[in-house]
Write a protein that binds this ligand. Structure first.
Ligand code: ATR
Length: 287
């Protein structure tokens, strides 16, 4: 492992696109805070060459990478070892290039979300009713740790019911072990008065508004969009106008990054000052 006096160890966020990624700044702040010699960059991977690009990065001495859209499923396949939470998600957002034992794949999105909800927002999940909207990679990635946090019930609602049902089926045993009632619903009947509402869909991006009615919100509940910046604005406005506490995905982003940093460096950064820094930057960039 490098020390501050030696050549930094190299990491990157691999994806397409990656130019917008805030991960290099977040990891630079973690490295500065923990006095770790880390050089974290962006790795743009051609859509048909994720594997070749990441193998080349590792061959040139890199230690690991984060993985973002659309390569989280490929990253999972590429590894020799996978954590239980990556197995449940069938997707990875972290790779660690272990030379002797082979590459490790993990998924820190779910633990990042749970920490942001329970620690940063101070909203308990234990015993609560949770609605998760969407059944794409974002929702699949967080379901395992969400179940582990012990809510009474999780409903996953999606435009395409079969996709929500597939996530429920894959997590059925995990949910039973943790005493969580897990079910899938369509968007016409999402249920009502949830304590926590999490938007894992890309609906805000298409400008179509929130695809369920405000009856899903219990007064004063927490409504979180996994996106941040302009992409989350419509959801946040909708949630506030219906009496919910609204939260974007910036805290989740910082928390998943901290867990990745810990996997690579064995040191857990203090996320509070980094989240405050990132919040100021994102607020400044808002129109
Ligand atoms: P990701 O991997 O980032 O989650 P994805 O796999 O494309 O992205 O999934 C996007 C999710 O948003 C899906 O659940 C999608 O619904 P379908 O499974 O029915 O395709 C959901 N989604 C996207 N646009 C939507 C919209 N306008 N209304 C409702 N749901 C939408």
């Amino acid at each position: 492992m490098a020390t501050p006096e030696t050549t930094p160890d190299r990491y990157a966020v691999a994806g397409n696109p990656v130019a917008h990624s805030r991960s290099p700044l977040i990891h630079a702040l973690f490295a500065q805070q923990t006095r770790q010699a880390v050089d974290y960059s962006r790795l743009l991977c051609p859509l048909d060459a994720f594997k070749a690009t990441v193998l080349d990065f590792a061959a040139h001495g890199a230690q690991g990478c984060n993985v973002t859209v659309p390569f989280k499923f490929e990253a999972f396949e590429l590894a020799t070892h996978r954590t239980a939470r990556a197995d449940l998600a069938q997707a990875a957002n972290v790779l660690r290039f272990d030379a002797e034992s082979g590459w490790l794949a993990d998924n820190t999105d779910g633990i990042g979300l749970v920490r942001d909800l329970t620690v940063n927002a101070g909203v308990p999940l234990m015993g609560q009713r949770v609605l998760l909207l969407g059944a794409g990679g974002a929702s699949a990635g967080v379901m395992g740790p969400l179940i582990e946090a012990g809510p009474r019930e999780i409903v996953i609602a999606n435009r395409t019911l079969e996709k929500a049902q597939a996530i429920v089926d894959r997590h059925a045993q995990w949910a039973a072990q943790h005493g969580v009632a897990l079910s899938a619903r369509g968007l016409q009947t999402p249920g009502e008065a949830y304590d926590v509402f999490i938007n894992g869909t890309a609906a805000s991006l298409s400008g179509g508004g929130v695809p369920v009615g405000p009856e899903v919100l219990k007064p004063g509940c927490l409504a979180l969009d996994m996106m941040y910046g302009p992409a989350a604005q419509a959801f946040l406005d909708w949630a506030r106008s219906h009496g919910a506490m609204a939260r974007d995905g910036l805290g989740m982003l910082v928390e998943q990054a901290a867990e990745s940093f810990h996997i690579w460096r064995g040191v857990m950064p203090d996320t509070a000052p980094v989240l405050a820094h990132m919040r100021a930057l994102v607020d400044q960039a808002q129109p």
